[in-house]
Design a binder for this molecule. Structure first.
Ligand code: 5RP
Length: 233
C-alpha cells in the first residue's frame, strides 16, 4: 500500500510517542507493520541511549528480523508468559477502541501477544480512525488450510464477502502456515462482538482480526500533534 508523506509522518509520530511508555526492566511485545517499524527504530535508539528492557516478544518473523538487526534483545512467551506492555498498529479503530488488525497477516501472534500483556497500546495515523468497523478494511480470518472451503462458505453465511488472501499471485501463508480469508462487510459491522463469537465458532478458524476490549489507549499521530485516546469502559 502506498502512503503519503503526511501519513508516514503521522505513523512516525505515533511510534516515537509510544516508546515513552516503556520503562526500565519491562518485558514488552512489539507489533508488526509500517507504524510498528517506526516504534521499533525509536526503541532501538532509546536502548542505545541507556533504556534497558528484559526483552521483547516479536509478533512476526519480519518484526523479529528487524528487531534483532537493530540489537533489540528478543524473548518469547515461554520465558515470559506475561508481558508488561505490548505496542502494535491497527487497520481500523472505532470510538470504543475496538480494532480490525491483520492487514500484514500477523493477527494470530499479535492477538496472542496482546492477550498476554497487562497493557496494550495501539499506534496509528489518523486514517485508521472510523465511526464503524468494516467500511474500509476486511476482517482477516486466519484459517487452517484444510478447512478453506467449508470455512469460506460458513463465513459467507454470516454475510461476508470472502476473499482468499494472495500475495504475488500465490496463496498467502501466515508465519504459522495458515491461510487468511479476508471478510468484507461493505455496509460496516453492526455488532462486532456477535460477529466475533460467530466467526470463532467455525471449526478450522484459528483466530479473527477483531480485537475487542483489549486496547488500553490509542496513540494517533496527526497534523496537529499526537492525540491519545483512552479506553473508558
Ligand atoms: C499486521 C497488523 C498491522 O498492525 C496493521 O496492518 C497496521 O499496519 P500499518 O502500521 O502498516 O498501517 O495488524 O498484521
Amino acid at each position: 500500500m502506498q502512503h503519503s508523506p503526511e501519513q508516514l509522518r503521522e505513523k512516525q509520530m505515533a511510534g516515537e510517542e509510544a516508546i515513552k511508555y516503556i520503562e526500565n526492566g519491562m518485558v514488552i511485545g512489539i507489533g508488526t507493520g509500517t507504524t510498528a517499524v517506526y516504534m521499533i527504530q525509536a526503541l532501538a535508539q532509546r536502548l542505545r541511549e541507556g533504556l534497558t528492557i528484559v526483552g521483547a516478544v516479536p509478533t512476526s518473523e519480519a518484526t523479529a528480523q528487524l528487531a534483532s538487526k537493530l540489537g533489540i534483545p528478543l524473548t518469547d512467551l515461554d520465558a515470559h508468559p506475561q508481558l508488561d506492555l505490548a505496542i502494535d498498529g491497527a487497520d481500523e479503530i472505532d470510538g470504543q477502541l475496538r480494532l480490525i488488525k491483520g492487514g500484514g497477516g500477523a493477527l494470530l501472534r499479535e492477538k496472542i501477544v496482546a492477550a498476554a500483556s497487562r497493557r496494550f497500546i495501539i499506534i496509528a495515523d489518523t486514517s485508521k480512525l472510523v465511526s464503524q468497523l468494516g467500511h474500509a478494511f476486511p476482517v482477516p480470518v486466519e484459517t487452517i488450510p484444510f478447512a478453506r472451503t467449508p470455512a469460506h462458505l460458513q463465513l459467507q453465511a454470516l454475510g461476508a464477502h470472502v476473499q482468499l488472501r494472495q500475495r504475488d499471485g500465490q496463496v498467502f501463508h501466515t508465519d504459522s502456515g495458515n491461510i487468511i480469508l479476508d471478510c468484507f462487510f461493505p455496509g460496516g459491522i453492526r455488532d462486532p462482538q456477535a460477529l466475533h463469537i460467530n466467526m470463532k465458532s467455525i471449526v478450522g478458524v484459528v483466530e479473527i482480526g477483531l480485537f475487542l476490549g483489549m486496547t488500553e489507549r490509542a496513540i494517533i499521530g496527526s497534523a496537529n500533534g499526537v492525540q491519545v485516546l483512552v479506553n473508558r469502559p
